[in-house]
Design a protein around this ligand. Sequence first.
Ligand code: ATP
Ligand code: MG
Length: 473
Amino acid sequence: MKFEEAINNKLFKTISNCADEIGLDCYVIGGFVRDYFLKRESKDIDIVVVGSGIEMAKLVSKELKNTSNVKIFKTYGTAMLKYSNYEIEFVGARKESYSHNSRNPQVSEGTLEDDIKRRDFTINSLAISLNKKNYGKLIDLHNGLEDIKSKVIITPLNPQITFNDDPLRMLRAIRFASNLDFNINKDLLDVISNLNSRINIITKERIVEEINRILLSPKPSYGFSLLEKTGLLKIILPEISALKGIDEIEGQTHKDNFYHTLEVVDNISKETDNLWLRWAALLHDIGKVPTKKFKPKIGWTFHGHEFEGSKMVYRIFKGLKMPLNDKMKYVQKIVLMSSRPIVLAQENVTDSAIRRLIFDAGESVDDLITLCEADITTKNKERFKKYRQNFKIVRNKIIEVEERDNIRNFQPPINGKEIMETFDLKPCKSIGEIKEAIKEAILEGDIKNDYNAAYKLMLEEGKKLGLIANEKR
Ligand code: ATP
Ligand code: MG
């Protein structure tokens, strides 16, 4: 919603009427105002009331005939309500004071100026009045509008204090810079570098939220470079930081896997907004650090880095207290398989190799190829073109083979129960062996992926194992 529309719409008019009715000064503040000037959509609206935010929220919700919707958080003195697509948060203007080991301040009532002063960045410190007497008036105490125009992240107070009080702001600064393509000047970066270890008082959940948002930037490498430069990356994602550097032995070097990784993340971000595929790109080479070896005459090798990397994915997610769910498994799978299609793209690819790729990757097969394409970072134009073309061939083959053989959601055409019934078996090893033989024959292309072919093979395999089939047909 554009602000001209917003300021005239029912929601803001209602808030305005309520503010005058209660007799309190009331402002829309922070992200919504910033995004309005940046011409960006914003779904959260923060309202500051000089007085009780909760009372205001209750009245607004009544006026909007929305009473069931208001959520009150007494301890924080805030209230939230939903109106069409918007989440509106009401809070009383406040003053904050911080202690050393918590980012949660002591809060007391304050003026609008106090409330603006506690904001993290000048671009987030703009307020627009909603009272009738000065409806729509911009309050810009810290030059925020200029800073939006010159695309720069600056703190309203001494940055030393801002970042020391709440170290999460260090990540927020980098996240805003990366999301909005804003600058952080060297002095501010130096302050962050000096205070980087303060990030340890922040919960993992908050850290992950910021990492995710950096990853979702149009060009995540910008944010990750800033994290690296300020030493934050080494603390929050040491496995990525460890990718940095080039070794040389006997005149042989390998590529800098940190910058390579950032390039891959940028590449994939042009293709997908899927956060987890972006995570997979970020982590696809982490196994290269523990597996790196120099072999005389051969050079640098990273044998088994994909497997090592997929194990590291689990440890990283666990360490960051991220859910160990399907998303984690998806990232693991893509990391584990990240080199598989590359081999296929180099050779004259066979149908059975494609069937095995589809079988192993399942639903993730297209995403896997997307990662492989993003992984092409050669600066040699000819080679780049050739590799891309090869993956195109692999993609087309996948479509062709999948149409014919239906491997993607592979269900064995004969299940264990039928094998047991056919040969009068109790649960035993032979059942698994027969199932495996059928699956293998299908993937190899020796038999079709259908019931009759599988049934016939089951009988043959049973015979080999000395089993006698019940006469069924
Ligand atoms: P977005 O919603 O896109 O993350 P935002 O600026 O709205 O951006 P919120 O986290 O929603 O960010 O916070 C709303 C406002 O509250 C901010 O604009 C800022 O003024 C203030 N704010 C949020 N977090 C902090 C913080 N850690 N320190 C100081 N001020 C903050
Ligand atoms: Mg917000």
